[in-house]
Design a protein around this ligand. Sequence first.
Ligand code: ADP
Ligand code: MG
Length: 533
Amino acid sequence: MDDNRIMNENVSRTLGKDAQRNNILAAKIIADIVKTTLGPKGMDKMLVDSFGNIIVTNDGVTILEEMEIDHPAAKMMVEIAKTQESEVGDGTTTAVLLAGKLLEGAEYLLDKKIHPTVVVKGYRIAAEKSLSLINELAMPLKDSNVLRQIAMTAMTGKGAEGNKEVLASLVVRAVEQITSMHENVGDINLDDIKTEKIKGEKTGDSELIEGIVLNKERVNQEMPIRVENAHILLVDFPIELKNPEAETRISISSPEQLESFIESEERHIREIADKIISSGANVVICQKGIDDVAQYYLAKAGIFALRRVERSNMEKISRAVNGKIVSNINDISIDQLGRAALVEESKQGNESLTFIKGCQNPRVVTIVIRGGTIHVLDETERAIRDGLGDVISAIKSGKVVPGGGAIEIELARRLRLFAKTVPGKEQLAIEEFASALESIPEALAENAGLDPIETLTELKRRHEQGLSNEGLNLLNDKIEDAFLAGIVEPLKVKTQAINSASEVSTMILRIDDVLVSRNKDTHMERSNYQGLD
Ligand code: ADP
Ligand code: MG
C-alpha cells in the first residue's frame, strides 16, 4: 500500500538501508568529534554559543551537551555520554568513541551483506563476554595510594594538569572524609561533595573544607559577621514586599491611601521577620531576595542572612545541617531549623565567602577551587568531578583495571580467542567488537602524535606474551605495566562504557525505518537531514 495514503503528509520517512546508513553516519560523526580529546594528550575544544560565551574543554559530555544536536541517532549517542556521566562521572569520551567504532564495524559487515540482526546478535554475545572477562581481569582496590593514582589518571591532561598532585589528594581526602561517615559504601553520594570556585588565586592553593563554603556575603553589613551555635533557617520564598516580581498596579488617590498601602506592605514584612525571630533562628539562608526592610529587622535581631542562594546549594546545606527548606511562611518553626557550630563570613582575596562549619551532618565537604580565570576554574572543576566520580566508583565496586589502553587490548585479545569458538557469521561481529575496543589505545596513541599502528602492534605483541597489564604510558610515551606506572581506572568506568556503547549501537542497527513528524517545525526537521545526507 502507498504510505502516503495512510500517513499524514507531515511525516517524512526514511527507509531500510538509507535509514541505517544515515544513522550510522550521524553516530560516527559524533564519535569523531570527541575522539581527538581522548586521553592525557587529547586536544581541547572551544565551544562558542550564540551569545558568544566561550567554553574550553576536553570533557566529552560537556562538548556534546553544549552542541545543539538534532539528528535522532546523534542524540542517542549524546545520551550515552550523559548516562556515563551520571552513572560513573567519567569515561564519557571512551563510551561515545566505542559506540562510534562499533557502528563503523557494523557498517563494514553490512557492506559484506551480513544481515543487521546477525551483527546485533554477535555484538550482544561480545558485550556479555567482555563483561565477564573484564570482571575476571579486574584487581581488588588495595589502598588509598591507588585511589590517588585513580584521581590522577582521571585528571591527567585536563585543565588541572599542572596541579594534579594537590588536586588528587584533595579529591581523595574529600571522598575518604565522607566515606568514613558511612557504614555502607553503597551510600556514598557524590552530592555530598560540593565544589566552590574562587577567582584570582593559584590553582595550587585549592583546599578542602569540612562543611559548606558559599561564594556569598551576608546581605547587610549591620548583621553579625560570625554566629556560633547557629540555628539555621532555610527558605525558598522571597522575604520581600508581597509581590515584587509581578508589576503591581494600584490606584491611589490620596496621601492617606498611599501611607496605608505602605503600612500594610511593611506589616507583611514585619510579620515574616517576627516569625523568623521567634523561631529562634540566628541564620537565615534564602533562595530568593531579602529586601531592605526585612534586612533591617533581621539585622536588628542579630540574625545573619544570605540571599539568592542557588537551589542545588540550598539542598546541600539542607542535608549538611539537617534543616528543612521551608516554602511557606506559616511553616517556620524551631523544628525546621538546621544546626551548625559556626557560620562565618570571611574575606579571601577580593571575595567574601560564607563558611558553614561543624555541621550536624559532617558528611558534607567542600573543595574550594582557586584559579586565575573563569575558564580555568570551570575546566578544573570538571576535572575534579571526573576524579571524584572515579574514586567513589572504585571504592564502591572495590575493583580497578589498568589504564592506558591495557585493559582494552587484553579484552580484545581474549575476545578474539573466544570468537573462534562461536559458529556462524556472529563470529565476524565479535571480531569487530574486539577491534572497537582496540580503537581506545589507538586513539590514545594518535592523539599523542605517536604512530597508532606501531603502538597497537607492540601492545598486542606484549599481551600475546602474557604481559596483560601493559599499556601506553603517555607521561613518558613508553609501553609498560600500567599498574606499576600508576595509570589506574575503576572497573565501573569500563563496564558502563561497554554496556551503553553496545546497547546504543545495537539499538541504532535495529532501526530500519525513520519517521519524522514535521507537524511542529517543518523547517527544523528538514535541515537535520540535509546536513548528513
Ligand atoms: P574519558 O572521557 O573517556 O574519561 P579521557 O580524556 O579522560 O576520556 O581519557 C581517558 C583515557 O586516558 C583512559 O583510557 C585512560 O586510561 C587514559 N589515560 C589516563 N592517563 C594516562 C596516561 N598517563 N597514559 C596513558 N593513558 C592515560
Ligand atoms: Mg576521563
